[in-house]
Structure formats: structure tokens, C-alpha cells
Design a protein around this ligand. Sequence first.
Ligand SMILES: [Zn+2]
Length: 142
Amino acid sequence: MIRLPLFIKRFISRFKGKRHVARLQAEPASTPCSLDASSSGKQRWRAARAALDAIEAARAKLVEPTQLHYEGAKAHLEDIEEEHGEPLTFCESCSDPIFEGEPYHRGSDVDLCEACAPTYGDLAQSPASFRDRYGEPERIAA
Ligand SMILES: [Zn+2]
């Protein structure tokens, strides 16, 4: 696996997130209620409620084929969390859970697991990609 510098991983992650949000915003939400404002509030509420109920029923049918697998997977995850405890946090880079007692890098704004945490060698190799708490480039002393 190629290990990308952290700042590049963060840029890619933020870019993907913005692209996803932009796609959602580009898709206009349909108006499920066909009644216009001249109808009474009660009529519009009933129509909107019926439209929402129909959408929820359709969504339930989509979920149904995977429901047993979902519940089994969820129970399995709960068993693991019961054994090891819930994760303290998650690695910002690889999304792995970080459990109590594991070494990890606790940054001012992100947590990184041991595998993803920068080393002093990383800092020495590319100091420009590291910033101190004031946003200034890190300086290293020999
Ligand atoms: Zn990680």
C-alpha cells in the first residue's frame, strides 16, 4: 500500500465530501404533496403525510431483504464492543477504531492511529507538510 502524506489524504477526503454534498444539492427534492396552497392546511398535511408514508413503505421493502444480515452484523459488532469497549475515537486517515490503551497520535484537531501517525522521520523528510498549532510550518532542530 502506498502511504500518502497526511495533508494529501486530508485534501482527498475533503474533496470527496464536498463533491458528495454538491451532488446532493444538485438533485432537487421532489415535492411529494400535489396539493397547492389553496387547499387547507389539514388537507395538505394529510397529503404530505400519505406521501411520506408511501415513501417509508417503499424504503422498508428495500431494506427488508438485508434486515436479518444487518441485525446479525450489528449484534456481532456489539459483541466485539462489549469485549473490547467502544472505540475512544477513530483514525482521521484510515477510519480504524482506536480503543482504550492503544497508542495513537492525539492531535489538536485530528486523531491518528499508530500506523497512520506521522513519525519524526516524516517530519524530517517533508517539514513543509507539518504545521504547528499556530498554522506555521514546523521547524525541526538537529
Ligand atoms: Zn489510521
